[in-house]
Each structure stands twice: as structure tokens, then as C-alpha cells.
Design a protein around this ligand. Structure first.
Ligand SMILES: [Zn+2]
Length: 135
């Protein structure tokens, strides 16, 4: 791969990228990220991989948490499903105001509701189309 600025060959190395700020969930790091650097002009860019795949991996991790946090709930609604309160509440069969109260920390997330959310995530992961390449 070559530098987009000066066309020189890029060097790359594997890095651990802190994804916490991007996804809004504390402690999420990507261990398969790569940093590409140009020795000639100091340009660099970081390749995190596919956002869909990152989101899927986070979803898989969320199935294993004790209780979904409000940050994780917001991530699922806004980043994975890309839905507003009304749409996501409908998906989870709850009132939009209830969802808003959970995300804004006016109400704690119960174990039961957390399990409901995990079920929805699990179904999404199973339903995801499988990509097959033959050749
Ligand atoms: Zn360059």
C-alpha cells in the first residue's frame, strides 16, 4: 500500500486501538487494528477494520455481561440498529419514554430487561447473513 500524499510505500504495524470514545462504552479496545505510516512525509492512518464487524464483536461481548449498562444500551440503539427511541422501543416492546429514562439514567436497567435486550442482540447475530466465497 502506498501513501496517498507522496505515493511512497507505507509501513504498517499492529496496534491496540482504544475504541471507547467512538462507541461510548468504556474499556473497548481493538486488538486487530493496524497503523500505516509513511517514512517520507510522516503521514499515517489507522485501519480499524469493518465497523459492522466491530459492532458484531461488541454485540457478542454484550451477551456475556451481567447487566447491560445505559452506555451499552445507547450504543446498541444508536450505533448497531441506528434507530431513534421510538423505533428501538418498538423493537424491544417497551414505551419510548421508558427507554429514554433508562438511557438518561433516571431508571436502573433491570436484569429481566437486560436479558430481553440480549435476546434481541442474539437473534440479530444469528440472523446475520453469512458471506461465502468459493473459488
Ligand atoms: Zn507519504
Amino acid at each position: 500500500m502506498n501513501c496517498i500524499q507522496c505515493k511512497n510505500k507505507l509501513r504498517s504495524k499492529r496496534i491496540i486501538f482504544d475504541y471507547s470514545e467512538k462507541c461510548g462504552i468504556a474499556g473497548v479496545t481493538i486488538h486487530s487494528a493496524r497503523k500505516y505510516m509513511c517514512k517520507a512525509c510522516d503521514a499515517f492512518f489507522i485501519d480499524l477494520g469493518s465497523v459492522d464487524e466491530i459492532n458484531n464483536e461488541i454485540c457478542k461481548a454484550l451477551i456475556c455481561v451481567e447487566i447491560i449498562t445505559r452506555q451499552q444500551l445507547r450504543f446498541l440503539r444508536a450505533e448497531v440498529y441506528v434507530e431513534n427511541y421510538f423505533e428501538f422501543a418498538k423493537r424491544l416492546s417497551v414505551h419510548p419514554q421508558y427507554l429514554r429514562d433508562l438511557e438518561e439514567f433516571r431508571k436502573p436497567i433491570s436484569k429481566d430487561f437486560s436479558d430481553e435486550i440480549k435476546l434481541v442482540i442474539g437473534l440479530r447475530l444469528i440472523a446475520k447473513p453469512i458471506s461465502i466465497v468459493m473459488g
